[in-house]
Write a protein that binds this ligand. Structure first.
Ligand SMILES: Cc1cc2nc3c(=O)[nH]c(=O)nc-3n(C[C@H](O)[C@H](O)[C@H](O)COP(=O)(O)O)c2cc1C
Length: 395
C-alpha cells in the first residue's frame, strides 16, 4: 500500500511476492516484437534495422514539410503520439464531468473561472461590467460543487468570497442580477464563515520573506541530484510538508493539474522506479518515491495539453527545494513516453487514461560517501539572449 497526499491510501497493483532485484532495470518489450525476434534471422533483422534508421532520419525531413504530412507520418509510420492524443481526448471528455454531476475531489471549472474573476477584480481601472460571458457557467459550477462531496472546503470558501466581492462590485445588469439571485440561494450562510475574506487583497498585505539572494543561491547550490541514499526511511509527514510548499507554485489559471503519488516504502519505491529507464545501477537503494502525475481532465481544449508539464515542473522544483531544506535529497527520474512503460506504471498506480506520469522523484537521506556528479551548468552569459526590437520609425 502507498499513501497519496490526500492521506487517502491508494492501493497499488503490486504482485504479492515482489522483492527488488539489485540493479533491476525492467526491459520492457512488446510481446509481438519478442515473437518476431524468434522467427526472423539475425541478418535480416540487422538489414531491417538499418533501413528503419535511415527511413526514420530521412522520413523526418520529408514528412516535416507541412503539417498534413506530419500528421500522416504520425498516423501511419510512427505512432509515438497516439498515447498522448488518447489521454488529451479522455481528459477533455472528463473535463465536463460537472454536467453529469460526477465531481471528484475538486472543481476545475470553478477554479479557472474564479481565477478569471479575481483578475477582473484587480484590473486598473476595473470595468463596471465583466465576466458576462462566463458568470452563468461559474454559478453552474458553483452549484454543482456545493451539491457534491468536494474534498476541498477551502475551494468553496474561496469561490464564495470572490463571487461575493464580484456581485458587490459589478453594476447591476440583468444577467448579473439573475446569477446573483442563484448564488444567494446556493451559497453557505455568512454565519458559517469567519476571518478575512479569501479574495483579492493589496500587495502591501503580503508578509515579507526575509530571505536574501545569497541564502537562496546557497539553497540552489546545495540541491544536487543524489542517487545514493542511506537505508533509512523518509517520514511521510516530511514529504507532505514539502508538498505543502510545492502546492504554492504558480499554475496556469490556478488549476494545479497534477497529483503527487508518494510511497515511503523502499520496495514499492524501487518497484515503481524500475519502470523508468534512468535508474539503472542505483534503483535498488531508492528509499522513497514521488510520481508526479499530470491530470489532463483539467482542460477543455487541446491547446492547454502542455500545462501538465509546465505547471508540474514548477511544482516539482519547489518540492525538491523544500525537501532539501528538510535534509532530504532527491533525484529526478525521466519519464520517457514509451507505451509499454507507461502501461506498466499506470497499471501499478491504477491511473485513468487522462492521468499521465510527468516525472519520478527519488527521495532519501544522502549517503555522504556516495558520489555526486559535478554537472557543470551553462553560464548566464550563454543562456541569455537579450531582446531588442528595432525602433519603429513612427514610435
Ligand atoms: C526531467 C529530468 C529528468 C531526469 N532524469 C534522470 C534519470 O532518469 N536518471 C538520473 O539518474 N538522473 C536524471 N535526472 C537528473 C539530471 O541528470 C541532473 O539534474 C543533471 O545532470 C544536473 O545535475 P544536478 O541536478 O545535480 O544539478 C533528470 C533531471 C531532470 C530535470
Amino acid at each position: 500500500m502507498c499513501a497519496c497526499i490526500t492521506n487517502r491510501p491508494i492501493s497499488l497493483h503490486l504482485p504479492d511476492a515482489y522483492s527488488p532485484q539489485p540493479h533491476a532495470d525492467v526491459r520492457v518489450r512488446h510481446p509481438s516484437l519478442t515473437l518476431l525476434r524468434k522467427f526472423i534471422p539475425r541478418k535480416l533483422r540487422a538489414i531491417a534495422k538499418r533501413f528503419a534508421v535511415r527511413f526514420s532520419r530521412h522520413g523526418a525531413r520529408w514528412f516535416s514539410w507541412n503539417s498534413f504530412l506530419a500528421s500522416l507520418y504520425y498516423l501511419v509510420v510512427n505512432r509515438s503520439f497516439c498515447r498522448e492524443q488518447r489521454a488529451v481526448l479522455a481528459g477533455r471528455a472528463d473535463y465536463w464531468r460537472s454536467e453529469t454531476g460526477t465531481y471528484r475531489e475538486t472543481s476545475v471549472q470553478l477554479r479557472r473561472n474564479i481565477h478569471r474573476i479575481e483578475k477582473g477584480l484587480i484590473m486598473k481601472p476595473r470595468r463596471a461590467i465583466f465576466a458576462l460571458r462566463y458568470i452563468a457557467e461559474t454559478i453552474d459550477a458553483f452549484e454543482a460543487a456545493m451539491a457534491s462531496p468536494l474534498e476541498e472546503p477551502d475551494e468553496i470558501r474561496w469561490a464564495t468570497d470572490v463571487l461575493d466581492r464580484y456581485f458587490e462590485s459589478v453594476e447591476p445588469f440583468p444577467e448579473a442580477s439573475e446569477q446573483r439571485q442563484r448564488f444567494d440561494r446556493i451559497r453557505l450562510s455568512d454565519g458559517s464563515r469567519d476571518g478575512q475574506a479569501v479574495a483579492p487583497f493589496p500587495y502591501a498585505d503580503i508578509v515579507p520573506h526575509g530571505i536574501g539572494h545569497e541564502q537562496l543561491l546557497a539553497l540552489f547550490r546545495h540541491r544536487k541530484s543524489v542517487r545514493w541514499f542511506e537505508r533509512r526511511p523518509v517520514p511521510f509527514e516530511d514529504i507532505k510538508k514539502a508538498v505543502d510548499g510545492a502546492r504554492l507554485a504558480p499554475s496556469s489559471c490556478n488549476r494545479q493539474p497534477y497529483w503527487f503519488y508518494i510511497t515511503t516504502d523502499p520496495s514499492t519505491a524501487q518497484k515503481l522506479a524500475s519502470c523508468a529507464m534512468g535508474t539503472a545501477g542505483y534503483v535498488h537503494n531508492i528509499q522513497s518515491l514521488i510520481v508526479l502525475v499530470g491530470d489532463l481532465s483539467s482542460f477543455f481544449s487541446e491547446r492547454d495539453r502542455h500545462l501538465i508539464y509546465i505547471d508540474g515542473a514548477l511544482a516539482a522544483m519547489q518540492l525538491m527545494l523544500a525537501l532539501d531544506t528538510l535534509g532530504i535529497s532527491t533525484c529526478n527520474i525521466n519519464w520517457p513516453d514509451i507505451g509499454e512503460r507507461e502501461r506498466r506504471l499506470s497499471g501499478l498506480l491504477g491511473l485513468s487514461p487522462y492521468l499521465r506520469p510527468i516525472m519520478l522523484i527519488a527521495a532519501g537521506y544522502a549517503d555522504h560517501t556516495g558520489g555526486v556528479p559535478f554537472s557543470q551548468k551553462k553560464s548566464s552569459d550563454l543562456l541569455i539572449r537579450r531582446v531588442v526590437l528595432p525602433a519603429r520609425p513612427d514610435a
